[in-house]
Design a protein around this ligand. Structure first.
Ligand code: OFO
Length: 182
């Protein structure tokens, strides 16, 4: 018996490779949110920082979800090597604008991957990815809600930024409540 041999599986090498790319992207998301949280904390936006620390954890859970799926269907999940995480921002608004941009890219990546699996008739992976399709819809909506706050409250004053930070914290708590099991 050869222990090193890949056992028979319907998972193709191509899908395995693309799922590993998604693992890397989710880990990138986790580290990106962590970096955003750190910048916010350093600048004194404590509520935004708490929200982003929590979200970084969530992204790590997403990464692990794909990671474990790959191994469960007979593939080999690879620990991602992530570099080039942005660590400096010009404003709190910029942090959330970049987060929205990032989430739109992740949505596109999940969509492309689901499309690829469907075309290859890998319906198991296609079905697995449906959870991420819904998650991305919610995450984009969350980022848009935060950006709306900047459009409603004047950010060009210290007390405006104080209210914005407070409101971001409130949105974060609300989002956590709606995702945590009843
Ligand atoms: Fe993993 O959901 Fe955002 O990026």
């Amino acid at each position: 018996m050869k222990f090193k041999e890949r056992l028979k599986t319907s998972l193709t090498k191509e899908v395995e490779g693309k799922l590993n790319e998604q693992i890397k992207l989710e880990e990138h998301s986790s580290q990106f949110y962590l970096s955003c949280a750190s910048w916010c904390e350093k600048e004194g936006y404590q509520n935004a920082a708490e929200f982003l620390y929590g979200h970084s954890e969530e992204e790590r859970i997403h990464m692990l979800k794909v990671f474990k799926y790959v191994n469960s269907v007979g593939g080999h999940a690879l620990v991602p090597d992530v570099t080039g995480i942005k660590s400096s921002f010009s404003s709190l608004r910029e942090v959330f604008e970049e987060i929205l941009e990032h989430e739109i890219n992740v949505t596109k990546s999940i969509g492309d991957l689901a499309d690829y699996c469907f075309k290859l008739k890998d319906f198991s992976s296609f079905q697995f990815l449906q959870w991420f399709v819904q998650e991305q819809r919610e995450e984009e909506e969350l980022a848009r809600r935060v950006i709306e706050v900047f459009n409603l409250i004047d950010e060009n004053s210290a007390h405006g930024l104080w209210y914005i930070d407070k409101e971001i914290g409130r949105i974060g708590v609300e989002a956590n409540d709606s995702t945590s099991p009843a």
